[in-house]
Design a protein around this ligand. Structure first.
Ligand code: IVH
Length: 686
């Protein structure tokens, strides 16, 4: 089979598995087999980039860095919808429709209004060619590489289902609620402020430059519109049914109705049920079903007359503010939390709500003992929106005073210019910071020592057995046996005794020992450099190969790593400029943790090129560029980026750059051929 045939076969096969999995929830092969085939395809595409298909499943995992998105014109403008919060206005709208359509009978399709960002996707000959944001309605950003990471979106539709040569579909791109919560937990963990709601998070993610980060966020899209030149469909209903069978993700929440009363029933039916959907929603869209009637109804300047959005009012309830507590995070940031009398909001019980920071408390003018309004921001995170002046305050009314000292260790709080949060500067011994750092270290995504979960860390800290994560590697059986503590669950208030018996101790020690084989990227994430999350740690580990290279990296070198911006680069420099951090990392290294990237560790072939620097130019018979680079590094050589006096060897291939050659000649740098280079790898027999 030639490469093109194999690429075609793999692409078709993997696209089929993907579609079955994401549309029909059917797993035809194991994850491992899938990854294996995908890897084979990735390698073939790397070798023969010109043979890669536009609908290649490798696009799902991203990898392209787009410097800035091109602005492109929409084939048909993307209009908005007129909207209302009132049932009466819906009834009035229905009256107008009835009048314009005269005596003609009509139907409506009711759909959920998803709260994400609108997207337009253009397919040519059944292949997804372009994904564009709404922009100003006339022109939007071309975000095709990011749109292709949406796994429920077919990259190619089967030809027998395909309609015209070119068609467009529109839908709402969103970040699933679960992903939103996961990302926010991750952000909190590395000291980034939480994203306000899933909509903003989706919009930010769709516009990220690095599509591999986008892919890691599992965006999704519900499709609600089909546009083409041919008259394939008479009604919206037909289009929704066909889109679904073509493999598009059409939410099955839509319903065909005959009267405005039925529309109102649909609105009531979904008012609570919508919270069970995987994404944020903010209303209902009502559309005339017949395309002929839509044409008759036409458009106003901004929106179609044949559709309207009914928006649900954000559910807001008032409840008693019983107190404000202050949480100290791993990074020392102090977050105020409103302690509320329990209320039911959007189908969950709310007892606490974040107050973000001191400015927010001031802005809201909060007093303990007041009744306050609580809403869900983007229907997920409870938020205090103001004081309910219509309800009398409790007798114990008292102004909320943001503390000046750390509620945990008493150290005076500080506030950095331009930042909203107050910090406890006592990084070393403030208990929640110490505990937070160790919890971060042992978590599954980091060193994965789950035998230390559920309150066991507290026991170790309270008994002064660990001050930082490196102390974990000095624990032994005898010192752990017999430790115990009564653990009180924060949510339920239930007490539970945790005690270290023989089996527990052995599990803990086994878990700690096993963590020594976690790869360098996980260690790098675990040590907890501010703003260095899981993905950034992976990119840093791939780029710098070992901890010493990272420690010595300059600001400029850090900035060349994908996904690393000024804030992250500065934070890494700050981290390694602290002697205590350097020593901490050294203790971990001495304990046997992986401080070298796996690929490098595995690929060491010899030391024949030790201490020598190399640069290559042109193409080679036996090596791709990457293979040559790997060969140099695997044998102890170092690659440099330009011809200078420091360069030991320039490897000259076919079509080598003349400027490099003449510069090497001028500086007296030794030039060698591919076979000279190979000769260096196998030292002559003496
Ligand atoms: S139909 C002429 N259907 O709401 C506009 N839009 O305010 C036709 N949206 O830009 C849009 N769910 O981003 C339609 N089921 C749905 C929708 C929906 C969410 C968004 C869409 C649009 C905005 C209009």
């Amino acid at each position: 089979m030639n490469p093109q045939e194999r690429i075609d076969e793999l692409s078709d096969q993997l696209n089929h598995y993907n579609q079955k999995y994401y549309q029909d929830a059917v797993s035809l092969i194991s994850d491992q087999e899938f990854d294996f085939l995908l890897k084979e395809l990735e390698e073939l595409e790397k070798k023969y980039p010109e043979l890669a298909r536009e609908d290649s499943p490798t696009h799902r995992v991203g990898g392209t860095i787009t410097k800035s998105f091109e602005t492109v014109a929409h084939r048909y403008p993307m209009l908005s919808l007129s909207n209302t919060y009132s049932e009466q206005e819906l009834i009035d709208w229905d009256e107008r429709i009835r009048k314009i359509l005269d005596k003609d009978s009509y139907e409506y399709i009711c759909e959920i209004k998803f709260d994400g960002i609108s997207l337009s996707m253009v397919y040519e000959n059944g292949v997804l060619k372009r994904g564009v944001t709404r922009g100003d309605g006339q022109r939007g950003d071309d975000i095709t590489t990011n749109v292709k990471t949406i796994r429920s979106l077919p990259l190619r539709v089967r030809s027998e289902l395909q309609t015209s040569a070119v068609f467009e579909i529109r839908g709402e791109g969103f970040l699933p609620n679960k992903e939103f919560q996961r990302i926010n937990a991750e952000r909190e963990d590395i000291g980034e402020p939480a994203l306000a709601n899933p909509r903003n998070a989706a919009s930010g993610t769709f516009k990220m430059q690095d599509s591999s980060v986008v892919a890691s966020r599992n965006l999704d899209c519900f499709i609600y519109q089909f546009i083409s030149e041919d008259d394939r469909f008479q009604t919206h209903e037909e289009s929704l049914i066909d889109l679904k069978s073509m493999g598009f993700n059409v939410s099955q929440s839509w319903k065909k109705v005959n009267t405005i009363q039925e529309v109102i029933e649909y609105i009531n039916e979904w008012s609570d049920k919508r919270h069970t959907l995987p994404c944020a929603t903010d209303g209902i869209v009502i559309k005339v079903n017949s395309y002929r009637q839509r044409e008759e109804l036409g458009f106003t300047a901004k929106s179609p007359r044949w559709a309207i959005a009914y928006k649900y009012k954000a559910e807001s309830k008032s409840t008693l503010l019983k107190g404000v507590t202050y949480q100290v995070g791993r990074t020392g940031a102090v977050t105020p939390v409103a302690e509320l009398e329990a209320i039911e909001l959007s189908m969950t019980t709310v007892r606490r709500a974040t107050l973000h920071n001191a400015d927010e408390i001031k802005r809201l003018g909060l007093c303990i003992g007041d009744y306050v309004f609580v809403e869900k921001a983007g229907e997920i995170i409870p938020k205090v929106t103001g004081v309910d002046a219509s309800r009398p305050s409790a007798l114990f009314r008292e102004e909320v005073q943001f503390p000046t000292a750390c509620p945990s260790c008493g150290t005076g709080l500080v506030r950095t210019e331009g930042e909203a949060a107050y910090y406890c500067p006592n990084e070393k011994t403030c208990p929640p910071q110490v505990k937070g750092r160790i919890e971060h270290f042992i978590q599954r995504k980091a060193m994965n020592i789950d035998s230390l979960g559920e309150g066991k860390i507290e026991i170790l800290i309270e008994n002064r057995m660990i001050d930082d994560a490196s102390d974990l590697y000095r624990l032994n059986y005898d010192s752990l046996l017999g430790l115990e503590k009564v653990h009180v669950d924060e949510e339920t208030g239930k007490e539970r005794k945790v005690s270290f018996k023989e089996k527990t101790v052995q599990n803990i020690l086994d878990g700690i020992e096993k963590s020594k084989s976690q790869p360098f990227s996980k260690v790098l994430f675990a040590i907890g450099i501010r703003f260095v999350g899981e993905t950034t740690a992976q990119k840093l580990a791939a780029y710098f190969k070992d901890i010493n290279q990272l420690k010595l990296a300059t600001y400029d070198a850090l900035m060349t790593v994908p996904d690393v911006g000024g804030k992250v680069a500065q934070s890494i420099l700050d981290y390694f400029s602290e002697e205590a951090n350097v020593q901490f990392v050294e203790r971990l290294e001495a304990a046997g943790l992986q401080m070298v990237s796996e690929s490098v560790a595995l690929e060491v072939e010899g030391n024949a090129l030790d201490g020598k620097t190399f640069l290559y130019s042109g193409t080679f018979e036996n090596y791709s560029r990457e293979a040559l680079e790997q060969k140099i590094e695997a044998n102890g050589g170092k690659l440099v980026s330009g011809v200078s006096k420091k360069l030991d060897f320039l490897i000259v291939g076919v079509n080598a750059g003349p400027s490099k050659i003449s510069k090497a000649e001028t500086l007296g740098v030794k030039m060698i051929s591919e076979s000279d280079f190979e000769g260096m790898l196998t030292p002559p027999v003496s």
